[in-house]
Design a binder for this molecule. Structure first.
Ligand code: HEC
Ligand code: HEC
Length: 296
């Protein structure tokens, strides 16, 4: 009897030890890779919206004004500063923000933060993004309040918007496609959030689901945003398109307008050659959709 209790105790201790080791080991292996995360911030263009548009601004310390028809949003400070930034956040808080558009206190983010696209980012990439953000120097620059027109400043209205237009969940690859096209889809739809500007919106600011990436007569800055489906983009060959996405120069020698110029500087111009090829391959494979008629 005594022996069996002793054996049981011993067995229990071994189990406990194994569980403890598994937890510690699991924690260690679940650590994101900050270096991969740095590349992912580029593929997602995080820096633009979270850095003031002035010389020598601290990257990710917030203050970038984003003018929209609902008012002006200011990208917040997302450096690890304990009070001004995300210093007190857990990885789970970060995942919830990007996947579900929820603040740690449960309030809803405005979709000017492109979480309707970022929700498609997979778990491993979210962890790596978070690991990279943790390595940034903390900045004490306070985040600014948004300056929104009545009644768009009411966060609870976002609940209705999300109900209508937001479908959370990571990107699920179309297994019938080649790995290159799957990668291209992920880069365009999840990280690159190209549709945030290249898909037109209805009067509630919801993307028109029947016109994905087919351009908008009136984009974020009020100008036309071009159609990325083959209906229009066939005017350029792959080399021309690649050169545009790297340099912002068109085959005609024109320079991309600043809205896209920034995307090229921060995002497409920073992609690896393989990723750029994958992105172009995906755009080429989109169903062609004709331009939207000009807005009145
Ligand atoms: C198009 C502009 C834009 C891009 C690109 C963008 N963000 Fe943001 N982000 C915002 C805005 C605006 C908010 C504030 C939303 C609100 O207050 O409801 C925000 C909020 C956040 C928050 C919540 C901060 C807080 O204090 O609650 C996090 C975290 C965040 N962004 C991380 C990221 C990461 C990581 C990326 C890249 C993967 C990224 N953002 C790309 C505009 C952007
Ligand atoms: C912040 C808004 C915004 C985002 C995000 C954005 N674009 Fe653009 N894009 C524009 C605007 C505006 C233009 C028009 C530029 C001009 O007229 O010079 C443009 C032009 C282009 C063009 C040139 C098309 C043509 O027919 O002239 C391509 C190609 C393109 N974008 C690809 C992309 C890809 C790929 C992504 C995602 C990685 C992306 N864009 C993300 C706003 C955006």
């Amino acid at each position: 009897m005594r022996a069996s209790v002793g054996t049981l105790m011993h067995a229990w201790r071994s189990v406990a030890l194994v569980m403890l080791l598994a937890a510690v080991h699991g924690g260690a292996s679940a650590q994101g890779d900050a270096k991969r995360g740095a590349y992912l911030t580029k593929a997602a263009g995080c820096v633009g919206c979270h850095t003031e548009a002035k010389k020598d601004a601290t990257p990710y310390a917030g203050g970038r004004a984003l003018k929209t028809s609902f008012g002006t949003f200011y990208g917040p400070n997302i450096t690890p500063h304990p009070s001004a930034g995300l210093g007190r956040w857990s990885e789970a808080d970060f995942v919830r923000a990007l996947r579900l558009g929820l603040r740690p206190d449960g309030a809803h983010y405005f979709p000017a933060f492109p979480y309707p696209s970022f929700t498609r980012i997979n778990d491993a990439d979210l962890r790596d993004l978070w690991a990279h953000l943790r390595t940034l120097p903390a900045s004490a620059r306070p985040s600014q309040a948004h300056d929104l027109k009545f009644p768009f400043g009411w966060r609870f209205l976002v609940v209705g918007w999300k109900w209508l237009f937001f479908s959370p969940g990571p990107y699920s690859a179309d297994q019938k496609q080649t790995p290159v096209l799957q990668r291209g889809a992920y880069l365009v739809e999840a990280l690159g959030h190209c549709g945030e500007c290249h898909t037109s919106r209805n009067f509630l600011g919801g993307p028109k689901r029947d016109r994905p990436l087919a351009g908008a007569a009136k984009g974020p800055e009020g100008d036309r945003v071009p159609n990325l489906t083959p209906a229009k983009l066939k005017k350029w060959n792959d080399a021309e398109l690649k050169s545009f996405l790297q340099t912002g120069l068109t085959p005609e020698g024109d320079v991309a307008a600043e809205t896209m110029g920034e995307v090229i500087r921060n995002t497409t111009g920073e992609l690896t050659p393989d990723d750029l090829v994958a992105m172009i391959g995906y755009l080429r494979a989109l169903p062609p959709i004709a331009d939207e008629p000009d807005a009145k």
